[in-house]
Design a protein around this ligand. Structure first.
Ligand SMILES: *[C@@H]1O[C@H](CO)[C@@H](O)[C@H](O)[C@H]1NC(C)=O
Ligand SMILES: *[C@@H]1O[C@H](CO)[C@@H](O)[C@H](O)[C@H]1NC(C)=O
Ligand SMILES: *[C@@H]1O[C@H](CO)[C@@H](O)[C@H](O)[C@H]1NC(C)=O
Ligand SMILES: *[C@@H]1O[C@H](CO)[C@@H](O)[C@H](O)[C@H]1NC(C)=O
Ligand SMILES: *[C@@H]1O[C@H](CO)[C@@H](O)[C@H](O)[C@H]1NC(C)=O
Length: 947
């Protein structure tokens, strides 16, 4: 045993998540006697998540309600058989799980703005999904936020544990949101949510700039198998955990006399908690205990500690000093007889890894110290970032108006990492502003609300694939910064704008480039490229374009109905539309009169007569050769050489940078391919395809003008010619590949008829300034027959690039979309290995697929991984990618996956990688705080010994 004379030392607990569970595990019975006159539950919000009925809890008398009024998302579940008996009772048997969204929220209301409250979330997994998802090796983890603030990482290691977390805060609005965020380590769920108002006087450390997270709240004295104290004994429904030191280190003393705090007391411990206390069982004058802070190292976290005392023995005087980490913390603590007493420090304890407490009898008394109860909180500063209140109000109004079915609850833009689905915000200033809204395919119906015009900072509004009708409100056109509005109309064969001639402003046309396009029956388009602001187009409406070809919206399946996509700048958008319409009528009357506009401003559709093949005309700007000379400064800076010929750098008047791709006379590809590319490019729009700005077709001078991609090609980054995150980071490489794969998937599946790129290679994947992948070079693209996907077109000349060329296509001359998949497989291998598609060694030249295959046969995958990735990667993620690449490069095209499948698997690979890097960060944090796993073991109690 331990040597005589050592101080009584009690390890209360460690604040590790595991330990918290250990504590909760001890809790077996909550049997609180119902008292007759209960304090009011007014202001309580008690939600039994996943429950189908409202009811009053038999033990506490608190009414619980179902959660459907508080959230829009998630699926209700019942815990598996055998998990029904949580000590927290009936509320634990049901839960709501959120498999579909990253961020899912509850809005608790009504609450009193500026009022203090306690909020508790409770979780019991209970194998509700039948997947036995939870164990110590593989804990279920997800994050909790309240309003914009990080609250806690929920951490569950046993399906039967009931885990709860509490926060004390001040409400900033008339509702408080609680959000569950999927961090890639398990589907979030919640069993119960409880909101309890607190009087303003309580917990003075809680204010509008600081909130507290409960670490510990102990009712010392009663043995640990007695009941938790909560409502109604505690009118604020705090959970007081019964606790006594094991091995009889503490002796329980109790009284029947009430020990009631006054209502202006800071902490107001319930009388029943104060009526029991622990004193040292040994005749010692020193009580010691310690705990470790779980939060130490997770940023600066101050700790607040409240000790509660009351003398329960008559006619004695007990007095002691309290020391924290060897410093005097509180002197001459003298608990009054049968009255509450607490230590209160206005300031917090400085962050520390370990807190060692010593209660040492002072000169006034040699009776051993006493303790009745204890609370420990960690303090966190409130996130000051919020969404602009007008923006938040309007987006909520729109949500109500159109009954938007998304988890749009809580602050729209914050937490910054998890804004509402479909929103982008700018965070340069506080409050944050909403800058883009994507409400595509959201089943919006009715007329377009003027509310959309109230987002003062909005740049992009996508309303495509909805059932909106009627005119676009003028106010939207007046927005200063709106650049893109995508709107679709359902089954609306009329031109959606009804404006009269008096609205026309010819001035605008004079100082801008206005392009007007029409075909006989199906298409209108207006563009203003001078300041890249205005583009209006609509297409894909079968009523308007009989038998026409079309592409759906990005990554979306073609709609059975009508999709009119309008891309418009804000400034005088409506006016320009009107201009278009009116001018169009004039032209119709006058035949092909162009006299009112400069010649280059009017573009005739390319194959006007062939409506079948070319329902959608070229909508892009036409440049003269002279203009090309000016924009490229006489073809001064060559960027590279493409399939057609040289590519030059250029600048438009508005300082937009462009890449001008010339079709050289000697090029093997002629005008036919040029037309093909122009046609393809004008009818497809996707964020992962390089946007075409215009073209030149003057005699033999053919050129395409693209948006310039400042970050070069993917190959440049892999070879280190351009150094970026892509060079060193596997996750970044995966993100690029996923983008490129989405671009190709779009060509294969969203376009009708589908397109085959035919020259998929890493130098055809360009990177935008923000390192977003854009597939380039459609000159070789080939439409193929969608109705018979497996049927393979016959193509006379095999085209492509060595190393990427599909061997099956090469030998059979038969082309399918799977040839692109082959090329893409090679790109994935380049990303893993950092090798070129054709590997030159001392002895021979082999293709990368073969090179990888040979090395993998040796069994060691690390062997092939690019050394630039030595900063770390998840080996499983790499394996998954290589496995995918090997399937993409199967000789038989039937065995290759589709691009849609490739996108899916790459995303899974990225998930693995992200989980891995997250793990690394967590491990780093952990090793930074404590000296190893011992700290999360159950505490060891050393019996106190008299000294
Ligand atoms: C539960 O109570 C709430 C509010 O009192 C009510 O709106 C809801 O419909 C009730 N749910 C059930 C299932 O009765
Ligand atoms: C909130 O409390 C903290 C700690 O007591 C204090 O530093 C801060 O100034 C308080 N904030 C307000 C708004 O009172
Ligand atoms: C405890 O110790 C004090 C002095 O240290 C002594 O007077 C007293 O009798 C002791 N009590 C018991 C129960 O041993
Ligand atoms: C405590 O002291 C008071 C007077 O000082 C006396 O009346 C009372 O009986 C004492 N109580 C006990 C339990 O000794
Ligand atoms: C769109 O609105 C029209 C007219 O209100 C209605 O007939 C049609 O069913 C709606 N379509 C969808 C998909 O909601």
């Amino acid at each position: 045993m331990h040597s005589m004379g050592s101080n009584a030392r009690i390890f209360f607990l460690f604040y590790s998540p595991k330990m918290l569970f250990w504590l909760f595990l001890l809790l077996e019975i909550i049997a609180i006697a119902k008292v007759h006159s209960q304090p009011s539950t007014q202001g309580f919000i008690s939600i039994d998540c996943g429950s189908s009925t409202n009811y009053t809890d038999a033990t506490t008398g608190i009414p619980y309600v179902t959660d459907d009024l508080f959230t829009d998302d998630g699926v209700n579940f019942h815990v598996a058989a055998g998990y029904g008996s949580s000590p927290l009772g009936e509320q634990m048997t049901t839960l709501r799980s959120f498999p579909n969204a990253i961020r899912s929220c509850y809005a608790l209301k009504p609450v009193i703005k500026s009022g203090k409250y306690l909020l508790r979330g409770t979780f019991m997994y209970g194998n509700y999904d039948g997947q036995n998802r939870v164990n110590t090796e593989n804990p279920l983890q997800f994050d909790l936020y309240f309003d914009a603030n990080f609250w806690q990482t929920v951490y569950i290691t046993d399906p039967s544990y009931t885990v709860w977390y509490e926060v004390l805060a001040v409400a900033t609005a008339e509702s408080v949101s609680v959000c569950l965020v999927n961090t890639g380590t398990g589907t979030p769920f919640i069993s119960m949510l409880e909101f309890r108002p607190l009087p303003d006087v309580m917990y003075p450390a809680v204010n509008t700039t600081q909130y507290l997270i409960t670490c510990l709240r102990l009712n010392i004295g009663p043995s640990s198998d007695s009941a938790y104290v909560r409502y109604p004994q505690d009118p604020y429904d705090r959970l007081w955990k019964p606790w006594t030191a094991p091995d009889d280190a503490l002796t329980e003393i109790t009284t029947d006399v009430s020990i009631v705090s006054s209502t202006d007391d800071y902490f107001q411990p319930p009388s029943i908690v104060m009526q029991s206390a622990g004193i040292l069982s040994y005749n010692s004058t020193v009580m010691e205990f310690s705990w470790y802070s779980y939060y130490f190292g997770l940023g600066v976290r101050n700790e607040y500690v409240n000790f509660f005392f009351s003398e329960l023995m008559p006619n004695v005087t007990r007095s002691f000093n309290i020391y924290l980490n060897d410093g005097l913390w509180y002197s001459n603590c003298t608990p009054p007889y049968l009255s509450p007493y607490y230590t209160h420090h206005t300031g917090p304890n400085a962050p520390s890894e370990e807190y060692n407490w010593v209660f040492n009898s002072s000169g006034l008394s040699n009776l051993p110290p006493i303790i009745n109860a204890e609370e420990v909180y960690t303090a966190i500063q409130v996130n000051p970032l919020v969404t602009d209140s007008d923006d938040a109000y309007v987006i909520n109004a729109i949500k109500e108006l159109y009954l938007v079915k998304r988890s749009w609850i809580g602050d729209p833009c914050v937490p910054q990492q998890y804004p509402w689905d479909g929103l982008n915000c700018s965070y340069g200033t506080n409050p944050a502003r909403i800058t883009s809204i994507n409400l595509s395919s959201s089943a919006l119906a009715g007329s377009l609300s003027t509310s959309f015009a109230m987002f003062a900072a909005i740049k992009c509004l996508d309303l495509s694939y909805n059932n909106l009708t009627g005119p676009i409100p003028d106010a939207l056109g007046a927005l200063p910064s709106l650049q893109i509005l995508q709107q679709s109309y359902w089954n609306n064969s009329e031109f959606p704008f009804s404006k009269t001639k008096s609205d026309v402003q010819i001035d605008y046309i004079n100082d801008s480039y206005l392009y007007l396009i029409h075909t006989t029956s199906c298409y209108y388009s207006v563009k203003n490229y001078a300041n890249k602001k205005l583009m209006l187009s609509y297409g894909g409406n079968p009523n308007l374009c009989p038998g026409g070809t079309s592409c759906g919206g990005e990554t979306k399946k073609k709609h059975s109905g009508v999709a009119i996509i309008v891309i418009i700048c804000a400034a005088s958008m409506v006016l320009l539309i009107v201009v278009t319409f009116i001018v169009w009528s004039v032209i119709k009357k006058r035949g092909s009169s162009r006299t009112t506009y400069p010649e280059q401003n009017v573009v005739q559709p390319m194959k006007e007569n062939n409506a079948q093949e070319n329902c959608l005309p070229i909508e892009n700007r036409v440049f003269t050769y002279k203009e090309l000379e000016i924009m490229t400064n006489n073809f001064r800076k060559q960027l590279g050489k493409g399939g057609f010929g040289p590519v030059f750098h250029g600048n438009l008047q508005n300082n937009v940078q462009v890449a001008v791709k010339m079709l050289s006379q000697s090029s093997s590809q002629g005008k036919k391919e040029f037309h093909a590319e122009v046609e393809n490019l004008t009818r497809i729009h996707h964020k992962n395809l390089v946007p075409l700005i215009g073209y030149c077709m003057e005699g033999d001078d053919l050129a395409l003008v693209y948006e310039y991609m400042p970050q070069g090609t993917l190959q440049d980054h892999l070879t280190g010619k351009i150094h970026s995150d892509v060079t060193d980071s596997w996750a970044q490489r995966l993100k690029i590949t996923i983008g490129a794969a989405q671009g190709l998937e779009y060509l294969h599946s969203a376009c009708d008829p589908p397109l085959i790129h035919r020259d998929v290679k890493s130098s055809n994947i360009l990177l935008s300034a923000s390192l977003e992948a854009k597939v380039a070079d459609f000159g070789l693209s080939k439409s193929f027959d969608m109705d018979n996907r497996t049927h393979i077109s016959n193509v006379s000349a095999v085209v492509g690039t060595p190393g990427y060329l599909d061997p099956e296509y090469y030998s059979s001359h038969r082309l399918s979309d799977k040839s692109d998949v082959y090329g893409f497989g090679v790109i994935i291998l380049e990303l893993v290995t950092g090798q070129l598609p054709v590997v030159r060694s001392m002895k021979d030249i082999i293709n990368l697929v073969e090179w990888v295959f040979q090395r993998l046969a040796g069994g060691d995958i690390e062997n092939i991984v690019d050394r630039n990735l030595r900063m770390g990667y998840d080996i499983n993620s790499i394996w998954k990618a290589v496995d995918l690449a090997m399937r993409c490069t199967e000789l038989n095209h039937h065995q290759r996956p589709t691009m849609a499948h490739v996108v899916k698997e790459l995303n899974e690979s990225l998930e693995l990688e992200c989980a891995y890097s997250k793990g690394i960060t967590a491990r780093r944090k952990q090793t930074g705080t404590t000296s190893g796993a011992l700290r999360v073991e159950p505490p060891q109690f050393i019996p106190p010994v008299a000294r």
